[in-house]
Design a protein around this ligand. Structure first.
Ligand SMILES: Cc1cc2nc3c(=O)[nH]c(=O)nc-3n(C[C@H](O)[C@H](O)[C@H](O)COP(=O)(O)O)c2cc1C
Length: 216
């Protein structure tokens, strides 16, 4: 089978919304990937996110850091940033992913299979100042895109608080929270937020409810 995830909702790097394409994409994804998603669900059940009653650290610098290929995660990052303030930074791979959906799905599959670490160009000179990081990504093949693995391995987030968020086509966080915790063993992980890619446009209330629940 060439792809699991049907076609792209939007070309890479654009914020353009195409609800119809995303609905199709989601339905196709569900039809074709349910077995994998069930396995991912079992993993999530086995490795749930920490459920700490949280801790808005007043006055501490906040960063919204995200990766987004077709714009869904960027939309959620923007909602978070508008609510919390602080800085917002997009994680950019040195070699851009192809805009073509089938091509990016295949490339991501290969990268996961090879446990690749694609180079990332994003510089964060103020990282030491941030106490709280909202870290967002799309679910790619059940986990984070590999550039995020690269970045997390290159930066020590010990002592920081991480609030993870993801957009997805039906698989939620998959096994990404387990991977995130493994890569940041000394960070404090808050409850995460998962939003379906096709629902990001109307997700602001859910985002704000999540932030309030976390104390932000
Ligand atoms: C390479 C690739 C792999 C994907 N793998 C999954 C997956 O395993 N599970 C899932 O639910 N959705 C999967 N999706 C769908 C995306 O998670 C979803 O469309 C997401 O909202 C895209 O976010 P973005 O617009 O910020 O890039 C995949 C999409 C792509 C492009």
């Amino acid at each position: 089978m060439k792809t699991l995830f049907a076609r792209a909702a939007t070309p890479a790097g654009t914020k353009k919304d195409d609800a119809t394409a995303r609905r199709l994409s989601r339905r196709d994804f569900l039809q074709r990937a349910v077995p994998g998603m069930l396995a991912a669900g079992a993993l999530v059940a086995a490795f749930p996110a920490f459920s700490l009653p949280v801790a808005a650290s007043e006055g501490a610098a906040m960063l919204t850091l995200y990766f987004s290929h077709s714009g869904n995660t960027r939309t959620i990052a923007t909602f978070i940033h508008e609510h919390t303030g602080g800085d917002m930074v997009e994680l950019v791979p040195a070699a851009p992913y192809p805009a073509d959906y089938d091509a990016v799905v295949e490339q991501a599959r290969q990268e996961l299979r090879n446990n690749a670490r694609p180079r990332v160009t994003t510089e964060l000179p103020r990282l030491a100042e941030y106490q709280t990081l909202f870290i967002g990504f799309p679910n790619w093949w059940g986990t984070m895109p590999m550039p995020l693995f690269t970045w997390l391995e290159q930066h020590d987030l010990a002592g920081k608080t991480i609030a993870p968020f993801c957009t997805h086509g039906g698989g939620g966080f998959g096994r990404s929270l387990r991977d995130l915790r493994r890569l940041c063993p000394r960070a404090r992980l808050l409850d995460g937020l998962e939003i379906r890619g096709g629902r990001v446009a109307e997700a602001r209330p859910a985002v704000e409810a999540w932030l309030r629940q976390l104390g932000f």
